[in-house]
Design a protein around this ligand. Sequence first.
Ligand code: SF4
Length: 296
Amino acid sequence: MTELTVDAIAEPQAIDQAPARPSLSPSRAADFKTCPLLYRFRTIDRLPEQPSPDQARGTLVHAVLERLFDLPAPQRTVEQAAELIEPQWRQLLEEQEELAGLFADTGTPEEFLASTRGLLDGYFAVEDPRRLEPAERECLVTTEVDDGRLVLRGYLDRLDVSPAGDLRVVDYKTGGAPREAFEARALFQLKFYALVLWRTRGVVPRVLRLLYLKDAEICDYTPDTDELARFERTLIALWAAIERAIEAREFRPKPSRLCGWCAHQALCPAFDGTPPPFPERPPPPPQDAERPEADE
Ligand code: SF4
């Protein structure tokens, strides 16, 4: 879930300060891997994207689940979660003005909130939050790779730690798109978090868990050190490719079934569109890592 931010661009050098290092988040890394032009539109052109109802619903469900774990364990019931929907939605509307236009073309707020309840039912079908005490929620994780030349950072939905010290990274998936279309991307993001946790805590997470709330299904994956070491090399190579693309100002479209969820088809040559001129100066990066991202 989340807002879009610019990362993966070297931070400007302040006077008398060492050069700041570029940083890469899992969503933007996944963007470049999915389609370099999509990465450019989101990260360099910073084109706005009107959230879809599915994305807004995902943001709302993440917020509700986040608040739910603030309650004492016995109170974390499906009824309490449903009670949180409206106040959390009001808060999101205050924070993100663009959400106000959500129902201009389709649906009503009442239908939207009712469908959110359906996703929460999906969550309670696969987990009982009364039996869980997450170690971290909406947690920023960050590390350096490539001898400190690249910073990896991002927000994970939830981190569970067992009494024996085993880590479980949990990601809530709420999107309305077929999950096969996005599973590789979701796993890529989870491996990103696993790598950061391994590098910062010296422990490889025992489980990477995708919770598909719409389908009420769990997908668990167990990474190992060899795989994460390879993944680290992949990210470093990905960053090198991004740097080359920025230098050459060349970000090619890479059409795939994910184009169906791309907000920028009208500007994409693969759909007879024309991208805007490449910015003379890429925008400055954010001070913070991107927030968790809304499911596509
Ligand atoms: S429409 Fe497809 S090819 Fe074009 S920018 Fe979007 S994801 Fe890339």
